[in-house]
Ligand binder design. Structure first.
Ligand code: GLU
Length: 444
């Protein structure tokens, strides 16, 4: 495996390529799946289809800029492709392939009938106007043409895209395919356009249900529920801000949070979450909230706490900072916030990790409910959506814990085969996709 310099530190030789990390996590799981045919391992190692496109967009000042966009379909054995569209400067083919692969395992783990897909445009959404974002979205969706569709590949929100972006995606697709019910072509839409009640906070709510279920099964001594736990959240966007609210309503104390401009820690007890929300709304950052201490991103990650929720970018917890983590449980609200080397360090130190494909699967689960409602021209009550979400998250957590508890009896003592929760979750997901591939039969 090729090594590359870490872009952050310039001194670590840890491999941070999302594509390599994705392969490493997959490979760790397949070691538990001895019966898995080599041909299937190869098949799951590559994306089914990669679209890479570039297109010009007229900017507000009259200039023209070229943007690069991608849409990757990793696997469609379980159903049409499903996954978000992100607008971020780091978007490239490698990252989108890795994230599409992650979606395959995520959908399989929570048993929603979708395959894995992902897309994005390399751009700095924060520096673009609404008009520019709208033109980028429309042009990108036009470039994708019939490669997305209600029964082939269904986009959703991801980093720096939101319900407004999904409305533009729907509108563009609908203009190109008039006379049909096109609502199921994209999820995460505004409510008045067929969005599902509960989709907005679904990822954070899924994190909450998974954490509550995990704690209630008591693998962590003295941490049987969220009541009174001290929680730290990295990232205060769509997922982190809702997580702060939901975890605190469930009895946890949110002791520190951060966004891209820095972090804040409470001086004593927990933060006043509604006050943090109001400050962020007014000032565009959590930093500066009165009666809090300003901290760096690294301070935040190394806070003394029970639960750490990374809800920002990938590769935040790496070989060079994993030993500073003081949390007992990490709940991966973001996709791939922990590198495999950090995984090993943390597992060795007895830190539990609820992996992304389980912890943040609430988003795609409610996307699935939105898709079903759109196909049936129905709108379900919020309580029904949340109840179904809870049941799914509980079942998926139980399946992961059950597989994880069976590891010791299967793994020879002293072997270097990984027996952490991420590997357990991956094993469950890969087994399902492999099984269904064979049940369907390989064409022709
Ligand atoms: N982008 C989200 C994820 O990474 C949601 C995907 C979806 O709703 O299809 O899981």
């Amino acid at each position: 495996m090729q090594k590359q310099l870490s872009p952050d530190t310039g001194c670590s030789d840890e491999d941070l390529s999302p594509y390599h990390i994705s392969h490493q996590q997959f490979e760790r799981a397949t070691r538990h799946l001895e019966g898995l045919k080599q041909g299937l391992i190869d098949f799951f190692s590559y994306p089914k289809r990669v679209i890479s496109t570039c297109f010009p967009v007229e900017m507000d000042d009259g200039s023209v800029q070229t943007f690069h966009g991608y849409r990757v379909l990793h696997n469609t054995v379980l159903g049409p492709g499903k996954g978000g569209m992100r607008f971020h400067p780091c978007v490239d083919e490698d990252e989108v392939v890795a994230l599409a692969t992650l979606m395959t395992w995520k959908c399989a783990l929570v048993k929603v009938p979708f395959g894995g897909a992902k897309g994005g445009v390399a751009c700095d959404a924060k520096a673009l106007s609404q008009g520019e974002l709208r033109r980028i979205t429309r042009r990108f969706i036009t470039e994708l043409g019939d490669n997305i569709g209600p029964h082939t590949d269904i986009p959703a929100p991801d980093m720096y895209t939101n319900a407004q972006t999904m409305a533009w995606i729907y509108d563009t697709y609908d203009m190109m395919h008039p006379g049909k019910n096109n609502r199921p072509v994209v999820t995460g839409k505004p409510l008045e356009m067929g969005g599902s009640p509960g989709r907005e906070d679904a990822t954070a709510r899924g994190c909450l249900y998974v954490t509550e279920r995990f704690l209630s099964l008591s693998p962590i001594e003295g941490l049987g529920s969220l009541q009174g736990t001290r929680v730290v959240i990295q990232g205060y966007g769509q997922v982190g801000s809702f997580a702060a609210r939901l975890f605190s309503e469930a009895g946890a104390q949110i002791i520190a949070v951060s966004d891209s401009q820095g972090g804040i820690a409470s001086l004593n007890g927990g933060l006043d979450v509604p006050a943090v929300e109001a400050w962020k709304r007014e000032h565009g950052t959590v930093v500066g909230l009165p009666e809090t201490r300003t901290i760096t991103n690294q301070d935040l990650l190394s806070q003394e706490c029970d639960i750490l929720i990374p809800a920002a970018l990938g590769n935040q917890i790496k070989a060079d900072n994993a030993d500073q983590i003081k949390a007992r449980l990490i709940v991966e609200a973001a996709n791939r916030p922990i590198t495999p080397e950090a995984d090993d360090i943390l597992t060795e130190r007895g830190v539990y990790i609820l992996p992304d494909i389980l912890a943040n699967a609430g988003g795609v689960t409610v996307s699935y409910y939105e898709w079903v409602q759109n196909n049936e021209n129905q709108e379900w009550p919020l309580e029904d959506v949340n109840r179904k979400l809870r049941d799914k998250m509980f079942h998926a957590t139980d399946a992961v814990i059950d597989r994880w508890r069976r590891f010791p009896s299967e793994t020879p003592e002293g072997s270097d085969i990984r027996t952490d929760l991420r590997t357990a979750a991956m094993v469950v997901a890969i087994e399902r996709v492999a099984h269904l591939t064979l049940v369907r039969g390989i064409w022709p």
